[in-house]
Design a protein around this ligand. Structure first.
Ligand code: NAD
Length: 308
């Protein structure tokens, strides 16, 4: 029977996971949006008399992500009512539901160990033949699949969406040597015909293509800014609307991406290159300090241009 995507599980409800679930909803595909169970109550939850066992608390992260989707600008959902295509939950309670879906997309933090642990669980609960992909910005796809079943590896590949998923057309697809050609061909056709993406097939090298080039360019820009004594505002002016880009390609982009995620992505390459390039991929101290302070952009409400 021809492969079909009738329902998807998106694991990780942060900046990208919620945006991908919204993009699926826009084309009429239902999804489960799953995150982890919080281990502390908020003040409001305490006031309401809730406990850590309550479903509302256990599903808090994904539910909150859904609420944000309806308020964000530019709008991730083409219609607010499309939010009903997305069912929030948490992986711990809903793990058996992974057997109901045709495609599982991993969109958790950019950390190999966390992703590997997650895929061990996914391998246990998915039904045979289910597609599994990672939205990693640049961690080795092969390394993530190491130790998983033959069937998992044959149906596993990288599907790297760009931020925001509704608006950026590019999708990098990264198969490994073990990905079945049928799976790569299906994903490419599905992404183009159903999701409306422009697909580029990338090699499984650190940060693939777009981030390998893009992260380098951004970090060199910042290096030159510091050497020349320019300001964040000046750099954004010359890399933004004044030269025909709708938004700045530098600091406003970092606010949208999340500085924490960007630092992980820079590290993907830093760990494997030598010489001058290693210096470039070691971001300046001010960026690391900002991340330590939690000034990581839109998701924390404080970044280069955002103020809490
Ligand atoms: P984020 O920090 O906004 O969200 C990550 C989410 O994953 C959080 O909600 C967290 O609670 C959840 N999570 C962590 N561990 C989990 C687990 N074991 N099970 C379930 N959920 C878990 O991060 P993001 O920016 O959405 O990035 C997610 C992935 O997408 C990363 O691999 C990143 O490199 C990649 N990516 C990010 C961007 C971007 O612009 N931010 C663009 C393309 C790709």
């Amino acid at each position: 029977m021809a492969r079909q995507i009738r329902k998807v599980a998106v694991i990780g409800s942060g900046v990208m996971g919620s945006g991908i679930a919204a993009h699926l909803a826009n084309v009429g595909i239902p999804s489960l949006l799953l995150d982890i169970v919080p281990n502390q109550l908020t003040e409001e939850e305490q006031r309401k008399g809730l406990t850590l066992e309550d479903r509302a608390v256990r599903n808090r992260l994904a539910t909150l992500a859904l609420k944000k989707l309806q308020k964000q600008k530019p709008a991730p959902l083409s219609r607010k009512s499309h939010v009903h295509y997305i069912q929030p939950g948490n992986l711990e309670d809903d793990v058996e539901k992974l057997a109901e879906v045709d495609w599982i997309i991993e969109v958790v933090v950019e950390n190999l160990d966390v992703k590997k642990q997650l895929f061990e669980k996914v391998d246990q609960y998915r039904k045979q033949g289910t597609l599994v992909s990672s939205n990693t910005s640049g961690i080795s796809i092969e390394a993530m699949a190491k130790g998983r079943s033959e069937d998992f590896q044959a149906h596993f590949l990288g599907t790297h969406f760009f931020n925001p998923p509704r608006y950026l057309k590019l999708l990098e697809i990264i198969p490994t040597k073990k990905t079945k050609p049928e799976v790569t061909a299906f994903m490419k056709a599905f992404a183009e015909d159903v999701l409306g993406k422009g697909v580029v097939e990338g090699k499984d090298t650190p940060n693939f293509i777009a981030n390998r080039i893009g992260t380098y360019g951004l970090l060199v820009t910042v290096q030159k800014m510091l050497e020349g004594g320019y300001s964040v505002g000046e750099v954004d002016s010359v890399t933004g609307p004044l030269i025909g880009r709708p938004k700045s390609a530098t600091f406003r982009t970092l606010d949208v991406v999340g500085l924490d995620t960007f630092l992980h992505v820079a590290k993907n390459v830093h760990d494997v290159v030598d010489g001058e390039e290693k210096d470039v991929f070691d971001p300046p101290v001010f960026m690391k300090k900002m991340a330590e302070n939690g000034w990581i952009g839109s998701k924390s409400g404080q970044g280069f241009f955002l103020k809490q």
